[in-house]
Design a protein around this ligand. Structure first.
Ligand SMILES: [Zn+2]
Length: 288
């Protein structure tokens, strides 16, 4: 996928990191290699990474251009951030802004940054280091964040329980700059885009629904981390705040969108695609 058109709206993506920082076994503690192997017939080749012998994963940003707005959904890990616990994320120097320019977008052009949730691998490029401090990367943008998500992580950060430091260096500066818009979890951004609460992975996790004259899509954030969870929605990730709620949310999401023709664009999936029913279960199939 480079850029796809859905009616009057285009979707592009910028891949910041093209492989997983965690093995599937580590990411999905309840998963089993045997069960995953039984799904290889549909996981390969699109959702499998032969370099690692494991399921493929990305850290990426989606760029949505509607007739009126340029919108960025989730902002990856970021450059120059102290991430003591994550060598692959620590003090990165990537070409992300050049890659954004390559899909035709400068930071100044972005009208909205939509945050599905406030985890470290989704907020990094909210800010960049300039003149000795963290400033919003997108100077003309409104950063839209579910209020419930902000309240939870603000508390965790103030209590010293948010270990990565991402709230302090990637979210608070946006709030202090007056560029954050704290909203209800069903907030309507414009006539094409709106938030929907799908909680569990984090307390205020939202998906972003896109509706166009041609069809619809959902940017599902971290409701699922690996494509195999479409078939095994009971497997929560090690990073799910409430694994039982996350499981129920994932099941409901898979059932609602199966065979619906809704394009699913997940935070970490290597390709957009569709949820389809098969043999009493579900699988994911890549968009053409
Ligand atoms: Zn994530």
């Amino acid at each position: 996928m480079q850029t796809m058109k859905l009616g009057e709206v285009s979707i592009s993506r910028v891949i910041e990191i093209d492989r997983s920082s965690f093995s599937t076994a580590s990411m999905l503690p309840d998963s089993s290699a045997d069960v995953i192997a039984a799904h290889h017939r549909w996981l390969k080749p699109h959702f499998f990474d032969e370099r690692t012998g494991d399921l493929a994963s990305r850290i990426q940003t989606y760029v949505v251009r509607t007739p009126r707005h340029t919108v960025v959904i989730d902002t990856g890990v970021g450059n120059g951030k102290t991430r003591a616990g994550s060598p692959a994320w620590h003090m990165r120097q990537s070409s992300y802004l050049d890659d954004l320019a390559a899909v035709g977008v400068t930071p100044e052009q972005v009208d909205f940054v939509l945050c599905t949730h406030l985890h470290v691998d989704h907020v990094g490029w909210n800010t960049r280091w300039k003149d000795g401090r963290w400033v919003p990367t997108f100077p003309n943008s409104t950063y839209v964040i579910a209020g419930a998500e902000w309240e939870f992580w603000k508390y965790e950060s103030d209590a010293g329980k948010e270990e990565s430091g991402c709230i302090a260096d990637s979210v608070v500066p946006v709030v202090e700059a007056g560029q954050a818009l704290l909203v209800d979890s069903d907030f309507k951004v414009d006539e094409h885009l709106r938030f929907e609460p799908w909680i569990g992975h984090t307390p205020g996790h939202v998906c972003v629904r896109l509706t166009t004259s041609a069809s619809s899509a959902v940017f599902s954030g971290d409701l699922m981390h690996r494509t195999v969870q479409v078939a095994e929605p009971q497997w929560s990730s090690r990073f799910c705040y409430d694994p039982a709620q996350a499981r129920a949310t994932r099941r409901a999401f898979v059932e609602r969108h199966a065979d619906s023709g809704t394009l699913i664009l997940a935070g970490h999936f290597p390709h957009p695609g569709f949820i389809v029913r098969e043999g009493g279960g579900y699988r994911f199939t890549p968009a053409a």
